[in-house]
Each structure stands twice: as C-alpha cells, then as structure tokens.
Design a protein around this ligand. Structure first.
Ligand SMILES: *[C@@H]1O[C@H](CO)[C@@H](O)[C@H](O)[C@H]1NC(C)=O
Ligand SMILES: *[C@@H]1O[C@H](CO)[C@@H](O)[C@H](O)[C@H]1NC(C)=O
Length: 262
C-alpha cells in the first residue's frame, strides 16, 4: 500500500486498559485506530438495591456470589448508603468470586472472607468450588448478584447440584447517549469500520445504510465474527472482511487480505 492510503480504522468498542490488543496490533501494522465506546454500565435501580442489601433476605443469608467488577462497583456504591453496623455484617459474609482482579476490588472494599478468586478463573471452576464447599457442610442457600445479561453456567451448575440459589440483578449495560455524536466526529475520512457486537450499534448501522460507500475508498466494513456479520446483513450492510476468530490478529489478517485483493 502506498503511503497516501488512508489507514484510519474505527473500532466500535471500548478501548481496554491498560493495553488494548486491537490498538497494538493495528498500530504496529500501520493503521490509525480510533475507539468509539458504545455501552455504559449502571444500577438497575440504586434505591431498590440499597433496600435489598439492607433487607431481611440479603442480611439473613450469609453467602453470596459476585463475579463481575461492575456488580462489585454497584454493590460498593450501595454500601456507601447503609449504616456502618449493616456494612460490617455484609463485609463479614462469605463472598465467592472469579479471578484475581475482582478479588482485589472486594478486598479493598472491606470484604474479608473471599473465596474462589485466584483459584477460579471462570464460572465453571467457581461453581465446582462452591459445590464442594456445600457438600462439605457449608450453607446451601446463597445469592448471586448479577447484571441483566449473564452467562448461565453458574446458576445451571449450582441448581443441578440442588443448591438453593437466589438471583438478584443489580446492574445493567445500555447504549451510551453520545454514540452518534462520537461516530460523526470520528467517522470522516475513515477507511474501515469494525463491528464487535450488535449491542449499541443501531444508530451507526442506520447511518451506514444511508451513507455513500465507494468501492475504492470505503468506508469498508469488518466484523469480528459470524453473529455480528448476520446482524449487519439483516440491515443489508455489505461486509468486506470477517475475522476467522474474535481476536486482533485474525481481524488484521481478514482486513489485510481484503486490501491485497482490491
Ligand atoms: C467504556 O469506557 C468508559 C470510559 O472510557 C466507561 O465509562 C464505560 O463504563 C466503559 N464501558 C464498558 C462497556 O466497558
Ligand atoms: C474454565 O477453566 C478451566 C481451568 O482453567 C478450564 O479447564 C475450562 O475449560 C474452563 N471452562 C470454560 C467454560 O471456559
């Protein structure tokens, strides 16, 4: 490719910190990536969650599960609004979690009885740890604090093991209000637009439907995988490259292959 070729690429996702593999891989390959965050997280209903955390059910059950950092953030924000006596009771509960990062956030917040964590890299392993603890005499009733969208491996395995699991949704993920304005301010003269998931992309898809696209200049459209590709096809958006695997190198390979053919 000659040096005049426009190499701006819009990545429709949050840039991950501290490093984003898509940023690194595409920058190394001579592209200029720009990220457009699509989603935001928030309480489903903070007041209701505070009521729940200070109510009979939550306080009387000594064990809960919390696997996402977002859920922990929501829990901690709620606990800022409860009395210190109640906070102490809650901090003494047994809490099961996944991975070292979430463990650290819980520990910093004041939880002392954290299980799973570094020993459990995913929900399946965590479920096995919980089932073993219950079989060895631990309490068999527990609460799972989740987001609106959650993987169902933990509830499935625990219910199979006859554990009495109460699921409580405390946070939600929703499209940001500034998607369209961010897209408009970044999409001028862009060569590639990359879709990572359907979530939050409707305004952008609608924009692309109406946009002039030239076969030589783009903007070209890439998808991280077949599900997102089907979604774009359902809007009659032509797709120029699909990553064979949902990862940065595969995406770069698909885009480079397209560039070489055309
Ligand atoms: C995306 O990043 C913004 C800040 O850059 C943050 O507020 C938001 O929660 C992030 N969204 C997701 C889905 O991670
Ligand atoms: C969970 O982690 C274990 C151990 O690292 C691994 O063997 C297993 O395949 C993982 N399961 C899933 C569903 O990712």
């Amino acid at each position: 490719m000659s040096s005049e070729v426009n190499r701006r690429i819009l990545l429709l996702k949050n840039k991950t910190t501290p490093r984003d593999p898509y940023h690194d891989v595409f920058t190394d390959a001579g592209f200029e990536p720009t990220f457009i965050p699509l989603l935001k997280h928030g309480h489903v209903d903070r007041e209701k969650s505070i009521e729940y955390f200070t109510g009979e059910e939550f306080l009387s059950i000594p064990v809960f599960i919390i696997t996402s950092q977002r859920a922990v953030e929501c829990l901690n924000e709620c606990l800022e609004h409860v009395s210190s006596e109640i906070k102490t009771v809650i901090h003494e509960k047994t809490v099961y979690t996944v991975g070292p990062a979430t463990t650290e956030v819980l520990r910093e917040a004041g939880f002392t009885n954290i299980k799973g964590g570094s020993d459990a890299g995913n929900g399946s392993v965590l479920s096995d740890i919980i089932i073993k603890d219950v079989q060895e005499g631990g309490p068999s009733k527990m609460i799972f604090l989740t987001g609106e969208i959650r993987k169902d491996i933990i509830p499935r395995k625990l219910k199979q093991a006859k554990i009495d699991l109460i699921e409580k949704v405390i946070y939600k993920t929703e499209p940001r209000d500034d998607i369209v304005s961010n897209f408009h301010s970044s999409s001028k003269d862009v060569r590639w637009v990359v879709f990572f998931s359907p979530q939050g992309t409707v305004p952008i898809v609608e924009h692309l439907q109406g946009a002039e696209r030239s076969s030589a200049m783009g903007p070209f459209v890439a998808s991280i995988g077949p599900t997102t590709e089907e979604y774009l096809q359902s809007y009659s958006i032509g797709i120029d490259a699909v990553a064979s695997k949902p990862e940065a190198k595969s995406l770069l390979a698909a885009i480079t292959a397209y560039e070489h053919q055309n």
